[in-house]
Design a protein around this ligand. Structure first.
Ligand code: GLU
Length: 450
């Protein structure tokens, strides 16, 4: 058995019933094959066995009181995956689907994503199986405070710097930041995604979506194409989707869809961004209300989805931006996109395409930007926030946006050059995985066995 096969067999044995984590690890190991065929130092140093084992996993109880005075309990996680390149860094997700497998897959992806940014950040992820959807603002605050009461002893501005993810935006970051400050007495950059008024960076809110479009722009440019006038499908209606739509519109493309957990909107004339922002950035209303402002649009509720599949991917488009969640785009969706003439997929979400869907995209040799490269603009801008906090400065919007563009261009270049180096120029999955892995693995070797 090869080193890769051996590692995966052992991994499988000690991580049973963790489908998302297994999927993420399998994808990375698979694309490392050509690297291992050339280099023996990674095997000699036991890098693979080490990298698939998080450095530390913290699981904790979060007890809080709801508005009726009842005690509620949730499970909290912080998985500190790898610190070879810098302090642990990665978001917190509050969603009922959160479990060990989901957080470990996200932490694993984060290692390579953060390495690709070229900035000094290690990989981590955390969160809780808490559903913010039906909670009052006061319950959200008490939950965030209870969460931080457990987490604060494990993090710090040079130790581990969490941020947001699904279900965690600047409001939640604010409540957690306030609680950290009260518990420790330190006003420090322990969290990113803060509001600019109290230490946040400009552009952080927009960064994942903007970055995902910049990545798409780089892919197109390398093939002498641009965004102008192209019809785009976007899934999701959270922060990533909203700012993907915003940047697409600024650059002359026409995004026509968005979706939430209850249904999806198809607005042939182009999504009305003000309406979407009003619905989602304010009270978080259902997308169905979009029709009140845009009666010509089509709304399909989840109950009417064919075979449970998201019909966003059946809408004809040239460019697709999955910005909702993991495994939201399957093999059939990939086939439909390709049959409709889709030429590019840039992933704003983490691992939104199933392995079978990725395979279809690679086979068809379309421009496919995997999440760990295409959505790295969010965490990269988080690191810019850390840099501003450490130097007690606040940069302008233009300054941060300019840096973000350069970072996304560099990420694209690294992925494309590495793919080229290994003889598969179109394969940015291979490019991203090998380029990210090499950096982390080399740093681990140089720092001795740990
Ligand atoms: N949750 C985001 C991601 O998946 C951002 C993490 C961060 O800013 O630390 O990369």
């Amino acid at each position: 058995m090869s080193y890769l096969e051996n590692t995966f067999t052992r991994f499988h044995k000690i991580n049973p019933h963790e489908p998302e984590f297994t999927q993420a690890v399998h994808e990375v190991l698979e694309s490392l094959e050509p690297l291992f065929a050339r280099e023996s130092k990674y095997e000699d140093n036991g890098i693979l066995e080490r990298i698939v084992e998080p450095e530390r996993q913290i699981v904790f109880r979060i007890a809080w009181t709801d508005d009726k005075g009842r005690v509620r309990v949730n499970r909290g996680f912080r998985v500190q995956s790898n610190s070879a390149l810098g302090p642990y860094k990665g978001g917190l997700r509050f969603h009922p689907s959160v479990c060990s497998s989901v957080i470990k897959f996200l932490g694993f992806e984060q290692i390579f994503k953060n390495a690709l940014t070229g900035l000094a950040i290690g990989g981590a992820k955390g969160g809780a199986d808490f559903d913010p959807k039906d909670k009052s603002p006061a319950e959200i605050m008490r939950f965030c405070q209870a969460f931080m009461t457990e987490l604060y002893r494990h993090i710090g501005a040079t130790i581990d710097v969490p941020a947001g993810d699904i279900g965690v935006g600047s409001r939640e970051i604010g409540y957690m930041f306030g609680q950290y400050k009260r518990l420790t007495g330190h006003y420090e950059g322990v969290l990113t995604g803060k509001r600019p008024l109290w230490g946040g960076s400009l552009v952080r809110t927009e960064a994942t979506g903007y970055g995902c479009v910049y990545f798409a722009q780089n892919m197109l440019k390398a093939h002498n194409k641009d965004l102008e006038g192209r019809i785009c499908t976007v899934s999701g209606a959270g922060n990533v989707a909203i700012y993907t739509i915003e940047k697409l519109q600024q650059l002359g493309a026409i995004p026509v869809t968005c979706s939430d957990s209850r249904g999806f909107i198809w607005d042939k004339h182009g999504i009305n961004l003000n309406t979407l922002k009003r619905l989602k950035e304010g009270a978080n209303e259902s997308l169905e209300s979009y029709l009140k402002y845009r009666p010509d649009a089509v709304y399909t509720p989840v109950e009417d989805y064919p075979e449970g599949r998201n019909p966003v991917w059946s809408v004809p488009c040239e460019l697709a931006f999955p910005c909702a969640t993991q495994n939201e785009l399957n093999e059939h969706d990939a086939e439909t996109l390709l049959a409709n003439g889709c030429i590019l997929v840039s992933e704003g979400a983490n691992m939104p395409s199933t392995p079978e869907a990725v395979h279809k995209f690679l086979q068809a040799k379309i421009l496919y930007g995997p999440g760990k490269a295409a959505n790295a603009g969010g965490v990269a801008t988080s690191q810019l926030e850390m840099a501003q906090n450490a130097s007690m400065q606040q940069w302008t919007f233009e300054e941060v946006d300019h840096r973000l563009r350069i970072i996304m261009e560099n990420i694209y270049r690294q992925c494309a050059n590495t793919a080229e180096e290994f003889g598969e120029p179109h394969n940015l999955v291979l490019g991203a995985n090998i380029a990210g892995f090499r950096k982390v693995a080399d740093a681990m070797i140089e720092q001795g066995v740990y």
